[in-house]
Ligand binder design. Structure first.
Ligand code: SF4
Length: 70
């Protein structure tokens, strides 16, 4: 590895590390919204039956309540 390659590789590793640290910070401090953007109420989503995202779980619970209500 020559000097030029060393600086290129070091720069890439530095950028990758900064991206990983930023992502970790955002996830740990819950600055990232995990709301699904496919469908606001999971309507007509093909993943609904097996989806375990909070949005889908809330929709399933709401559907169960509606089914129980006469
Ligand atoms: S079922 Fe899951 S993937 Fe589909 S819209 Fe709802 S949350 Fe998003």
């Amino acid at each position: 590895m020559n000097r030029k390659e060393f600086f290129k590789t070091s720069g890439r590793i530095l950028i990758l590390g900064a991206m990983a640290a930023t992502t970790g910070y955002l996830v740990v401090n819950q600055k990232v919204d995990t709301t699904c953007s496919v469908s606001p109420a999971c309507q007509k989503c093909g993943e609904f039956a097996k989806c375990e995202l909070p949005q889908a779980i809330e929709t399933k619970q709401a559907n169960q309540l509606q089914e129980k209500t006469p």
